[in-house]
Design a protein around this ligand. Structure first.
Ligand SMILES: *[C@@H]1O[C@H](CO)[C@@H](O)[C@H](O)[C@H]1NC(C)=O
Ligand SMILES: *[C@@H]1O[C@H](CO)[C@@H](O)[C@H](O)[C@H]1NC(C)=O
Ligand SMILES: *[C@@H]1O[C@H](CO)[C@@H](O)[C@H](O)[C@H]1NC(C)=O
Ligand SMILES: *[C@@H]1O[C@H](CO)[C@@H](O)[C@H](O)[C@H]1NC(C)=O
Ligand SMILES: *[C@@H]1O[C@H](CO)[C@@H](O)[C@H](O)[C@H]1NC(C)=O
Ligand SMILES: *[C@@H]1O[C@H](CO)[C@@H](O)[C@H](O)[C@H]1NC(C)=O
Ligand SMILES: *[C@@H]1O[C@H](CO)[C@@H](O)[C@H](O)[C@H]1NC(C)=O
Ligand SMILES: *[C@@H]1O[C@H](CO)[C@@H](O)[C@H](O)[C@H]1NC(C)=O
Ligand SMILES: *[C@@H]1O[C@H](CO)[C@@H](O)[C@H](O)[C@H]1NC(C)=O
Ligand SMILES: *[C@@H]1O[C@H](CO)[C@@H](O)[C@H](O)[C@H]1NC(C)=O
Ligand SMILES: *[C@@H]1O[C@H](CO)[C@@H](O)[C@H](O)[C@H]1NC(C)=O
Ligand SMILES: *[C@@H]1O[C@H](CO)[C@@H](O)[C@H](O)[C@H]1NC(C)=O
Length: 617
C-alpha cells in the first residue's frame, strides 16, 4: 500500500511495473517522477469531461442486472433500466424546448421507454431470446436519473455458465404528440447465472445501490435475509499483517488468542496479508469460529496466473470469504492495463461466486483502464499528516505534474477529511464521464498508521470517525483500514489499541441493523446541503417510513452558538419533505444534542464530530 514498495516491486517484477503513461524509463508514481533530477511533465491518463452536446436533451439508456450474479436455485431476477437526462451520451429525446435552462429542473413530462431485453447469441428471429419486455416510465422533474426495476424469469433461453452473458436492450420513445419516435439500445455484458453453490459462501454486489449481499457466511450483517438467502453486508475491518500478527497462528489455541483479540474490537471483516498454505489454520479458524469475513489478498503475485489459480482454488470454499483483492495500486505502479483484467478472469474461471477488488491510489490516472478488471474499487486516500507544500522525502516539490507526497493530488491539512470525500466524488464522476460504464461498488481504506517519511502522525480517533463516515456519505460500501496491528505513536506512546477501538466502535454500529439496512441494499446516499455550515457533510437514506441522517463536521473548527436561552438560535439541518417525519426514533451514533421540529436542530457541532440519527414518521 506504500509508494515505498516501488523499490521492492521493481526489484522482483520489473517486467510488471512502469509500463504506462509518459517516460516509462523514469521512476514514477501515478505517472509523475518522484525522485529529484527530472523535469515535471504531464503524467497523462486523465479522465476528462466529454464534450457537452445541446441543451441537455439527450436520453441516455443503460441496462444492468440488479445483482452481479444469480443462482439457478432462484426463479426470478431483475434488470435495472436506467434512464438519464445526459449532456454527453444517448440520442436526442424528441421534446419541446427546455422549460428551464437548468438541467435538473428540465421537465420533459411523463414519458415512456418501451423496450425488450434479449440474450445475445440466441437466434433473434425466433423470439426465443427475449428475457423480458416492458415499459419504463420517467419524468426528469427534480432529478436527472431514474431507475426502473424489471423482474424477469431465470428460465430458458438462459442456461448456467461461469462466463458472464451479454444482453441487449432495444427500445423506443415516442413524443407526446406522436410526431417523432426515437430508438435506443443499451447492452450489458454482466449477466452471470450460476449453478447453486453448496459449500462455502456466495457474495454478490447490488448494482442498484452498490452494496455487498452475502449468503452462507457467518459475518455479522443485517438481521434481514432476502428470499434468496442473501443478507446486506457492510465489511468493516483492517488489513492484517502476517509479521507480528497472523504469523503467530499455528493452531486453534493460538488462533483463538490472536484472532480472538481482533474480533473483540467488533469488526466483521479482515483482509489478511497472508495466503495458503502458511495461514490455512487462521483462515479455517475465521470461517468456523468467528464472525469475520475475509477479503483474500492476491496482490503479491497477481500477475502470476498460475499462483493466482492455486490460491483461489484453496480459498474458494472458505465460508468466511467475501471477496478477492487482486491488484494493489496498479495505477501507482503503472502496471500493464491487462494485468488486473487477466487476474480477474483467472479468478472468475475458478470462483465466479465472489467479487474481485482493486485498490487505486492515484487521483486521476487511467481510471477506466485500471478498473476494467475490478468488480469493487477500493481507494487508499491517506491525507493525515502529509505535507503538500514542502519538499518531499525524495527531494522534489509535489503537485499535479511532479512528486509524490503520500496522497495523490490531496490538499491535506484542514482539507484532510474532505480529501476522502473528494476522491469518492471524483471516482463517481469519472464513471459518469465514461460511456457505457455502470458504477462500481466502492470501499474506502481509512488511514490508521503514520510514518514512511510521508505521514507525520496517526489520525486521531475523531479524524478516523470523520473520514469513515464522510466516506459512507459519499457512497463507500465498506471500510478496511491500513494496517493492523497499529504501531505505537511516533513519540513511543503505547497507543496500538486506540484506533482499532475507535474503528471497532463504529463498525458495530455501521455493519449491523438498523444502520446497515439503510445503507446497504436499500438506497444510495442523498446529500443534504447546508450552505450556512460549509464544513458540514450530511447525507440521508430513506427506508420505509424512516430516514437515517449522517452528519459529519469535516472541518477543524467548532460550529457553536453561544446564546443558550431556550428560544435562542439553533443550527438547522433541512430534512427532505418527501414524506412527513415526526420525531427522532434513535440517535444511533454520537453525543450531539439533537432536537426535531420539521428539521434537525442542534446548538453545538464540534470540529470533526459525527452523528447518525434515525427519524420516524
Ligand atoms: C415468469 O413466469 C411466470 C410463470 O410461467 C409467468 O406467469 C410470468 O409472466 C413470467 N414473468 C415474466 C417477467 O416473464
Ligand atoms: C459479450 O460482450 C463483450 C463486450 O462487448 C464481448 O467482448 C464478448 O465477446 C461478448 N460475448 C458474447 C458471448 O457475445
Ligand atoms: C416506434 O418505432 C418502433 C420501431 O422502432 C415501433 O415498434 C413502434 O411501434 C413505434 N411507435 C410508435 C408510437 O410509432
Ligand atoms: C481446529 O478446530 C477445528 C474445529 O474444531 C478442527 O476441525 C481442526 O482440525 C482444528 N485445527 C487444528 C490445526 O488443530
Ligand atoms: C508462479 O507461480 C508458480 C506457482 O506458485 C510458481 O511455481 C512459479 O515459480 C511462479 N513464477 C514466477 C515467475 O514467479
Ligand atoms: C512542509 O515542509 C516544509 C519544508 O519542506 C516546511 O517548511 C513546512 O512547515 C511543512 N508544512 C507542514 C504543514 O508540515
Ligand atoms: C510542479 O512543480 C514543479 C517544480 O516546482 C514546476 O516546474 C511545475 O510547473 C509544477 N506543476 C504545476 C502544475 O504547478
Ligand atoms: C485551518 O483553517 C483555519 C481558518 O481557515 C486556520 O486558522 C487554521 O490555522 C487552519 N489549520 C490548519 C491545520 O491548517
Ligand atoms: C504521544 O502521541 C499520542 C498519540 O498521538 C498522544 O496521545 C500522546 O499524548 C503523546 N504523548 C506525548 C508525551 O507527547
Ligand atoms: C437484530 O438482531 C439482534 C439479535 O437477534 C437483536 O438483538 C437486535 O435487537 C436486532 N436489531 C434490530 C434493529 O432489529
Ligand atoms: C438569545 O436569543 C434570544 C431569542 O432569540 C434573544 O431574545 C436574546 O436577546 C439572545 N441573547 C443574546 C445574548 O444575544
Ligand atoms: C427546514 O429547513 C428548510 C430549509 O432551510 C426551510 O425551508 C424549512 O422552512 C424548515 N422547516 C422547518 C419546519 O423549520
Amino acid at each position: 500500500m506504500f509508494p515505498r514498495l516501488i523499490c521492492v516491486l521493481l526489484a522482483v517484477s520489473a517486467a510488471a511495473g512502469q509500463q504506462t503513461g509518459n517516460h516509462p524509463d523514469w521512476p514514477r508514481w501515478c505517472g509523475k517522477v518522484y525522485e529529484s533530477g527530472y523535469p515535471a511533465f504531464n503524467p497523462g491518463g486523465q479522465t476528462v469531461e466529454p464534450p457537452r452536446s445541446g441543451p441537455g436533451s439527450r436520453l441516455y439508456v443503460q441496462v444492468s442486472p440488479r445483482y452481479s450474479l444469480y443462482l439457478d436455485s432462484e426463479t426470478e431476477g431483475e434488470f435495472i433500466v436506467r434512464t438519464t437526462l445526459s449532456p454527453y451520451f444517448g440520442n436526442n429525446l424528441a421534446a419541446p424546448a427546455p422549460a428551464a435552462p437548468s438541467l435538473s429542473s428540465y421537465d420533459v413530462g411523463d414519458r415512456e421507454l418501451h423496450f425488450a431485453i434479449t440474450l445475445d447469441g440466441v437466434d433473434t428471429d425466433s423470439r426465443g431470446s427475449a428475457l423480458v419486455s416492458g415499459t419504463a416510465r420517467f419524468n426528469f422533474q427534480g432529478h436527472t436519473t431514474q431507475d426502473t426495476l424489471v423482474p424477469f424469469n431465470l428460465t430458458s433461453p438462459l442456461t448456467t455458465s461461469f462466463a458472464p452473458q451479454n444482453v441487449t436492450l432495444r427500445g423506443w420513445v415516442a413524443s407526446p404528440d406522436g410526431s417523432s419516435n426515437t430508438s435506443y439500445t443499451a447492452t450489458s455484458s454482466a449477466l452471470v447465472y450460476l449453478p447453486d453453490k453448496t459449500s462455502g459462501s456466495v457474495t454478490r454486489l447490488d448494482n442498484a445501490y452498490g452494496g455487498f449481499m452475502q449468503r452462507g457466511g457467518r459475518a455479522q450483517g443485517s438481521n434481514y435475509t432476502d428470499k434468496a438467502g442473501f443478507r446486506p453486508y457492510f465489511p468493516y475491518g483492517y488489513y492484517a499483517s502476517f509479521d507480528g500478527f497472523l504469523a503467530g497462528v499455528t493452531d486453534n489455541a493460538s488462533a483463538s488468542a490472536i484472532i480472538g483479540k481482533y474480533a473483540k474490537f467488533l469488526f466483521n471483516a479482515m483482509t489478511p496479508l497472508s495466503q495458503y498454505p502458511q495461514s490455512a489454520t487462521a483462515f479455517s479458524y475465521m470461517a468456523s469460529q468467528t464472525d469475520l469475513g475475509i477479503q483474500f489478498d492476491l496482490r503479491e503475485g497477481y500477475t502470476n496466473l498460475t499462483w493466482v489459480a492455486e490460491q483461489v482454488s484453496a480459498a474458494r470454499d472458505n465460508a468466511a470469504l467475501f471477496s478477492y483483492w487482486s491488484a494493489d495500486e496498479p495505477d501507482g505502479h503503472q502496471d500493464p492495463f491487462s494485468a488486473p483484467l487477466q487476474a480477474r478472469d483467472t479468478i472468475r474461471s475458478i470462483d465466479p461466486y465472489h467479487p474481485v477488488a482493486v485498490v487505486l491510489n492515484c487521483q486521476n490516472y487511467y481510471f477506466a483502464a485500471y478498473t476494467a478488471g475490478a468488480d469493487v474499487i477500493m481507494e487508499d486516500v491517506y491525507p493525515i499528516g502529509i505535507n503538500t507544500t514542502g519538499i518531499t522525502k525524495w527531494g522534489t516539490a509535489c503537485n499535479t505534474t511532479l512528486g509524490d507526497c503520500g496522497c495523490d493530488n490531496c490538499q491535506g491539512g484542514n482539507h484532510s477529511i474532505r480529501d476522502v470525500a473528494d476522491r469518492l466524488d471524483d471516482l463517481a464522476l469519472y464513471e459518469s464521464w465514461t460511456e457505457g460504464l455502470w458504477p462500481k461498488t466502492k470501499i474506502h481504506n481509512p488511514q490508521s498508521f503514520h510514518g514512511e517519511g510521508y505521514w507525520a502522525r496517526d489520525p486521531t480517533r475523531d479524524e478516523s470517525w470523520a473520514m469513515s463516515l464522510v466516506a459512507v456519505n459519499h457512497g463507500a460500501q465498506g471500510l478496511i483500514s491500513w494496517v493492523y496491528p497499529v504501531a505505537d505513536a511516533s513519540n513511543g506512546t503505547n497507543s496500538s489499541d486506540i484506533l482499532p477501538l475507535a474503528h471497532g466502535g463504529l463498525a458495530q454500529i455501521l455493519s449491523r441493523s438498523p444502520v446497515v439496512d439503510f445503507v446497504v441494499g436499500n438506497a444510495r446516499p442523498t446529500p443534504i446541503l447546508v450552505p450556512s455550515l460549509p464544513d458540514l457533510d450530511v447525507a440521508c437514506w430513506r427506508r420505509g417510513k424512516q430516514l437515517l441522517v449522517s452528519v459529519v463536521n469535516s472541518g477543524y473548527e467548532d460550529y457553536v452558538l453561544h446564546n443558550t436561552t431556550r428560544s435562542g438560535p439553533l443550527f438547522h439541518i433541512p430534512i427532505p419533505q418527501d414524506q412527513p417525519y415526526s420525531h427522532i426514533a434513535t440517535v444511533v451514533w454520537g453525543d450531539l444534542l439533537w432536537s426535531f421540529a420539521g428539521n434537525l436542530t442542534v446548538r453545538h457541532i464540534p470540529a470533526l464530530s459525527t452523528a447518525l440519527v434515525v427519524l420516524s414518521a
